[in-house]
Design a protein around this ligand. Structure first.
Ligand code: ZN
Length: 342
């Protein structure tokens, strides 16, 4: 089959469109013909080099497609089913997995990170990774769903435990996690403030349901939050930007508020006064993807249309390098998709 693969870490130029062996289907697995695969910032980090990535590596975490073959032990799915794939891999027998906390498993990994990914034509995954999708959901929308909706759900519902009536600040409305978080915040009847870097993205943030918007290049986030909330501050800040915004995120919180973070695209080193943390009784919550139960929960809302995957544009699979550059430029609103059939 054809695949995007890199043999060494580096810039987008290390991504090669090449022939690789077809995957060998195990008895407990399902073989999927890939129709669409969505990019994540994880793809950029994995390509640039993070520990634990075997080489050569096929990137790509968010996959949709058609089942072409099922292993002997798989009895409830048949070839032809349209599906999306859970992006995570885990042992499925340790204490954490048995408690439904797969993202604490020692073997926890992500397709395209510690395991072969979906930037290819065929992918074999365990049965539990496979979710049949409704006819109304396109392959691009299905691929745009799992990682960001699961991440945003785990952050807001699992970690920050948002409640109706709370006010939440979502940084980066144009990011995949941001566009998912705005919708999840509204689904939970929260008041949502989002930030973005231009008017077009701010408009789209409002279309997704945001009640207020802040231009994070032209306006100071914490000052705008004070105006919007009558000096109260927000209950929860959804962070994934890191060093560029952390101080503003802290200043935007009301006493007792929480920052929940899943990323640090502008850098991971931050400074803060610990006295501010304890006197205002703030919480800093780390969040990493989510568990399988949460994926089932959030997909129910996507499949019923209450949450909508946001697709920016798609590239042919062979143009993965251009797609990586586009994602790194932050020009997109929503997900960037690779398509093996374009
Ligand atoms: Zn495990």
């Amino acid at each position: 089959m054809k695949a995007i693969r890199f043999h060494q870490h580096g810039g987008p130029e290390v991504l090669k469109y090449e022939d690789v062996p077809d995957p060998i289907l195990r008895n407990d697995q399902v073989l999927v013909k890939v129709k669409a695969v969505a990019l994540n910032h994880l793809d950029l980090f994995v390509r640039q080099g993070v520990p634990g990535v075997p080489l050569p590596q096929i990137p790509g975490s968010d996959v949709s497609g058609d089942i072409v073959e099922v292993g002997e032990y798989v009895t409830d799915l048949t070839p032809g089913n349209r599906v999306l794939l859970a992006p995570m891999v885990y042992c499925n027998h340790c204490e954490f997995c048995m408690h439904g906390r797969q993202n604490f498993c020692r073997e926890f990994g992500v397709l395209g990170y510690r395991y072969p990914g979906g930037d290819c034509e065929l992918l074999a995954v365990p049965r539990q990774n496979v979710f049949p999708i409704p006819a109304e959901l396109t392959y691009d929308e299905a691929a745009a769903t799992p990682l960001v909706f699961l991440t945003a759900w785990h952050m807001l519902v699992g970690r920050a435990a948002i409640q109706p009536g709370q006010t939440i600040l979502v940084l980066g409305a144009g990011s995949g996690v941001g566009s998912a978080a705005i919708q999840i915040g509204k689904l939970w009847n929260c008041r949502v403030i989002c930030t973005a870097g231009d008017e077009v993205k701010l408009d789209k943030g409002r279309e997704l349901g945001a009640d207020y918007t802040i231009d994070h290049y032209k306006q100071k986030i914490s000052e705008e939050v004070r105006k919007i909330t009558a000096k109260q501050g927000v209950d929860v800040v959804l962070e994934h930007v890191g060093s560029a915004t952390w101080s503003e995120s802290m200043k935007s919180l009301k006493p007792g508020g929480a920052i929940v973070t899943c990323g640090a695209t502008t850098g991971g080193e931050v400074n803060f006064d610990i006295r501010f943390l304890f006197t205002r009784q703030l919480s800093f919550l780390g969040s990493f993807m989510g568990n399988m139960g949460e994926l089932h929960d959030v997909l129910k809302h996507v499949f019923s249309g209450r949450l909508k995957p946001v697709v920016d544009r798609s590239f042919p699979l062979r143009e993965a390098a251009a797609a990586h550059e586009y994602l790194a430029s932050s020009k997109m609103f929503g997900k960037v998709i690779l398509n093996p059939e374009l």
